[in-house]
Design a protein around this ligand. Structure first.
Ligand SMILES: [Zn+2]
Ligand SMILES: [Zn+2]
Length: 424
């Protein structure tokens, strides 16, 4: 059960930025009132956003193949009169709201789906066999469209520019790097992202400073022995027995080399060797992943990993080589932006849960390596975790998340303007 407690964020706004307008009531599930000058027709609009979410859910596309998704989102943005900025992307797109002057805050949503056969039975379930939005990136894209619509209405008063990043290929941890390489962070002072969180209730936002999602690296261990007849093992060096000992010994990294106060995981997920019953092969291959929340823990795990794989292999007369495929670093939230997010959430009548983390990884962290950023967890009251074939999320969370992103973007721009003024 996720621990949820009342936020310790200040209730008073130390930044003197406008009035927080409670445009959203978490108890009602949908926006409560049209009292706010900023959100007069949010109830109507939120129905459109939900329709957008469900459309995307029906037509999921895998990482790097988000052509129709991109075209659909482009059309939605163009209909809102929002300008698209060409960064030469194959899939995914970038748009801007604001004069183009002043500080820039980036809002990011990922848009790709997973190779999973959907089992929800929903009326708007995936129409594509073996393709499913099982991580809720359809929701993230719709939330960003919602935020864009709210921001577009306030465009004249924006103290800077909001850059919208609809990012492809998050599930393969490639999209963020592609966008960064294309130059989307140029001039950006802060980046804001969000992920749905089924184990938090609708109306609650997980907002936590510091590391909140794990660094991830994939490994391939190749164990080389000498092949032999299965009846004459003494004539060879068995890579299968060696690999089995390596798998077992690797478990001691977490148990014996990492402190109880540090969080980390080592998982072997694939074992491949041999192709018949009466031959001992010459190689065995192991694959898997390591996760941790801290770069120093991560490098300690890698060091022990190499020592154990190499040491165990040599004890059996075999050789082991380890290859790492670099995954995302940990998602680490900037303290000032995290505090701002808390203020905005409270102002909108959303509940704030602190200390919410996940051992999953997110390529949002690549942006945070370049500019300060904050990543929020949006409660969606789901029964299933991400990547489950029956994963569902509650659309009632959508308007609150869209309002929060819009509000946070505005306040972040003010924060960036103040920081620049102070530096001047
Ligand atoms: Zn995912
Ligand atoms: Zn995801």
């Amino acid at each position: 059960m996720t621990r949820v407690r009342e936020s310790l964020f200040n209730r008073t706004d130390p930044l003197r930025i406008g009035e927080a307008k409670p445009a959203y009531s978490p108890d009602a599930g949908l926006p409560a009132s049209a009292d706010s000058t900023a959100e007069p027709s949010i109830i109507c609009e939120s129905e459109e956003w939900i329709a957008i979410r469900r459309h995307l859910h029906r037509y999921p596309e895998l990482s790097g193949e988000e052509y129709e998704t991109t075209a659909y989102l482009r059309e939605r943005l163009e209909n809102l009169g929002i300008r698209i900025v060409d960064y030469g992307l194959e899939t995914g797109l970038v748009a801007e709201i604001g004069s183009g002057e002043g500080p820039i805050a980036a809002l990011r949503a990922d848009i790709d789906a997973l190779p999973i056969e959907e089992e929800t039975g929903l009326e708007y379930a995936s129409t594509r066999p073996g393709r499913m939005h099982a991580c809720g990136h359809d929701f993230h894209a719709a939330v960003l469209i919602g935020a864009a619509q709210l921001l577009k209405r306030r465009e004249a008063e924006l103290p800077g520019t909001v850059r919208l990043l609809f990012q492809p290929a998050e599930e393969r941890a490639k999209g963020a790097r592609q966008l960064i390489q294309a130059g989307v962070l140029q001039g950006v002072g802060a980046v804001i992202g969000q992920h749905n969180k089924p184990d938090l209730p609708v109306g609650t936002i997980g907002i936590t400073a510091g590391p909140i999602m794990a660094a991830s690296d994939g490994f391939t261990v190749t164990v080389r022995g000498t092949a032999s007849h299965a009846a004459v093992p003494e004539a060879g060096i068995d890579p299968i027995v060696t690999a089995a000992h390596i798998v077992t010994a690797l478990q001691t990294i977490i148990g014996r080399s990492i402190s109880a106060q540090e969080r980390a995981v080592v998982s072997v997920t694939q074992v491949h060797a041999g192709n018949t019953w009466n031959v001992i092969p010459d190689t065995a291959v192991l694959q898997g992943t390591i996760r941790s929340f801290d770069e120093s823990v991560h490098s300690r795990i890698k060091k022990r990993f190499a020592e154990i794989a190499g040491g165990v292999a040599s004890a059996f007369g075999a050789e082991a080589s380890v290859r790492w495929s670099g995954g995302p670093p940990p998602v680490v939230n900037d303290a000032a932006l995290t505090a701002l997010a808390g203020i905005c959430a409270h102002g909108l009548g959303l509940r704030v849960a602190e200390g919410i983390t996940s051992p999953a990884s997110e390529d949002f962290s690549f942006y945070q390596q370049k500019v300060p950023g904050v990543f929020l967890f949006v409660g969606t009251s789901g029964d299933r975790e991400w990547h489950h074939p029956a994963f569902e999320l509650n659309d009632a969370a959508l308007p609150g998340a869209a309002s929060l992103l819009a509000e946070l973007a505005v306040r972040t721009l003010l924060h960036l303007s103040e920081t620049v003024e102070k530096e001047d």
